[in-house]
Design a protein around this ligand. Structure first.
Ligand code: ADP
Ligand code: MG
Length: 614
């Protein structure tokens, strides 16, 4: 270990930093082996920076040095060390980067995690910029010797116990890069065993893009898989690579490997995960596709490479068409990016279509997991809207519960004179099936799509039609009189009934009409031609408490015995307003928008009282 230099400068960690170190060492890591992953990851970052600068022809100290990472396990001296030929750190870097917390919110966040007793996932730690300090779990003192890649750089040694102070002094290292070394605490001597360390490296660091050796033996598969020919890539390699870039523990549902040449040039290796994160709409956007330029890593949260509705896709895109020394801003606005995005989108839609045609089980799994997000494509991607429409799946009255249909299959089952595709929005299939509006469609054997996904409320207004067949909510579909046979008796009573219902209900409804859609139920509420679907209105009310519900139209089934009875009562001069009120409230109740169940129940009690008297 480097001796403490006489001219060493001593620094005190800031209070916040001390707290952080304490937290990291004593409560955050449950899994000490991750220190190896963190150190390798830092070495790999440092090497990437050098490679990047070499390729963009910047002046770099010792440009001929091989880019690699060497781990040395010295059992005799109980010494673990890891050395890289990366970009190294200057005196100020050592003080700044290894002495302070990169982000001021980090400590607060980690403390909250600790308080809420949430286990810190060892995969998360890297995200907080505190990975380096994980070495203090396994050692009482660490030494970092570094020679920066600046031409006029000097070597410096950073040393600390990871508790309260660190020192920085001049060093003797002449090679570019960084060497970190430390003695292992007694209880962590296993990290001096070759096979243990190799096992850990296989698990976390197999795809590090630089040779990584343990006691002189290279242990990783250095390969940019996406540069290989499709046929040369083994399925196990794909799975391993996917797990490496995503930290997923499951194999992906499928993948897509592309080698595109022409208008835009890139290689890509994309994966569709087998399961969706809990909060699909939130989580997936964080990390999706990593961008490389000629094997040099550029950034890993490249939002410009995929449209939002495909953000569940993970993987790597590598293009020579971007200059290497690009800034984030340049990447964002580069036309290369939008060209790549277009190709990726179309290829992915092609892949999904292939699944849909050839592997229904796989496609259904995909749609079940990602359908909600995927659907939103119809609201934003006009170019591919038709392709997306083909890929949508819905439950329907023609399918058993849990199974779905495409619009194409629905269209194939349409009656010869049926011009429209019918649907009904609702929270669940069983509540939808109770809706009296279905009676007419059931009787006439017309298929109705059951839209039960909340996202449907937003996407359906963008669909309008499929294959020139308009999509119509059966809440609003007009059913023409000649579609249903109306009896003479019904025609006769309808004038009186409508007048009296209107008098009784007043401005609670927009209108009262003869219903041609009801078979078993006496009344139902329908939306006026220009108003929103009632389910849609409910949705609006969730977002906007002041949203004013539009009035609905009450449709009355003149063939229903109850309506006929009411007509008789009216003819003999009896008051029917309680019954009408009850019918109206009942219709609201079925729709889920009855606000005063107390009145409803009170009226029902009175009616039952009357009925049981006789
Ligand atoms: P992060 O890697 O997320 O930034 P770390 O705690 O792992 O957080 O590392 C802190 C910083 O220390 C890095 O950002 C980097 O600037 C510097 N660093 C750590 N290890 C090395 C290394 N081997 N070579 C060059 N710089 C390094
Ligand atoms: Mg790190």
């Amino acid at each position: 270990m480097a001796e403490m230099n006489a001219n060493a400068n001593k620094f005190e960690f800031k209070a916040e930093m001390k707290q952080l170190l304490h937290l990291i060492i004593h409560s955050l890591y449950t899994n000490p082996e991750v220190f190896i992953r963190e150190l390798v990851s830092n070495a790999s970052d440092a090497l990437n920076k050098v490679r990047f600068r070499l390729q963009s022809e910047e002046a770099v100290y010792s440009p001929e040095s091989e880019l690699n990472i060497k781990i040395t396990l010295d059992k005799e001296n109980n010494l673990f060390s890891i050395e890289d030929t990366g970009d190294g750190m200057s005196h100020d870097d050592l003080v700044g980067r290894l002495g302070t917390i990169a982000s001021s919110g980090t400590l607060k966040f980690l403390e909250q995690m600790k308080e809420s007793k949430q286990a810190i996932d060892s995969n998360m730690i890297g995200q907080f910029g505190v990975g380096f300090y994980s070495v203090f779990m396994v050692t009482d003192e660490a030494t970092v010797e570094s020679r920066s890649s600046a031409l006029d750089g000097k070597a410096y040694i950073w040393q600390s116990d990871g508790q309260s102070t660190f020192t920085v002094s001049e060093g003797t290292r002449t090679e570019r890069g960084t060497k970190i070394s430390f003695k292992l605490k007694d209880e962590y001597k296993q990290y001096l065993e070759d096979y243990t360390v190799k096992g850990i490296l296989k698990k976390y660091s197999n795809f590090v893009d630089f040779p990584l050796s343990v006691n002189g033996e290279v242990v990783n598969t250095v390969s940019a898989l996406w540069h290989k020919k499709k046929d040369d890539v083994k399925p196990e390699e794909l799975t391993e690579f996917y797990k490496f870039i995503t930290n997923d523990f499951e194999a992906p549902l499928g993948h897509l490997q592309l080698n595109i040449e022409g208008n835009v040039n890139f290689k890509a290796l994309l994966f569709i995960p087998a399961t969706a994160p809990n909060t699909l709409f939130k989580d997936v956007a964080e990390k999706s596709v990593q961008l490389y330029s000629s094997k040099v890593f550029i950034q890993d949260d490249c939002k410009e490479l995929l449209p939002d509705y495909l953000k569940f896709v993970r993987g790597v895109v590598d293009t020579e068409d971007l200059p290497l020394n690009v800034s984030r801003e340049v990447v964002q606005s580069s036309p290369v990016m939008s060209k790549i995005k277009n190709v990726l989108t179309s290829k992915l839609l092609g892949l999904f279509d292939e699944w849909a045609q050839k592997d229904k089980e796989k496609y259904d799994k995909f749609f079940k997991n990602f359908g909600s997000l995927f659907k939103t494509g119809v609201t934003s991607d006009y170019t591919n809207k038709d392709k997306i429409l083909e890929l949508l799946r819905f439950e329907s009255s023609a399918q058993p519960k849990g199974e779905t249909t495409s619009l194409c299959a629905y269209a194939g089952r349409m009656k010869p004179d049926q011009k429209e595709i019918f649907y009904l929005l609702g929270e669940r299939r069983d509540t939808i099936e109770e809706n009296p509006k279905l009676e007419y469609y059931r009787k006439h054997d017309l298929e109705v799509l059951y839209l039960t996904d909340t996202v449907d409320y937003f996407t359906i207004p963008y669909i309008f039609e499929y294959d020139k067949k308009p999509l119509i909510s059966i809440e609003k579909a007009e059913i023409k009189a000649d579609d249903a046979e109306v009896s003479a008796e019904a025609k006769e009573i309808s004038v009186d009934i409508i007048k009296s219902f209107k008098d009784i209900l007043g401005d609670k409804v927009e209108d009262v009409r003869v219903s041609n859609r009801l078979v078993e139920s006496p009344v139902t509420l329908v939306a006026g031609a220009n108003s929103l679907d009632p389910q849609m209105e409910k949705m609006m009310q969730v977002f906007d408490k002041n949203f004013a519900k539009t009035k609905q139209i009450l449709e009355v089934n003149m063939e229903h015995p109850l309506i006929k009875n009411l007509h008789n009562m009216m003819q003999s001069g009896k008051n029917v307003s309680e019954y009408v009120g009850q019918l109206y409230d009942g219709a609201l109740l079925l729709e889920g928008s009855l606000n005063s169940p107390a009145d409803y129940v009170k009226r029902m009690t009175e009616i039952m009282l009357e009925a049981t008297k006789k």
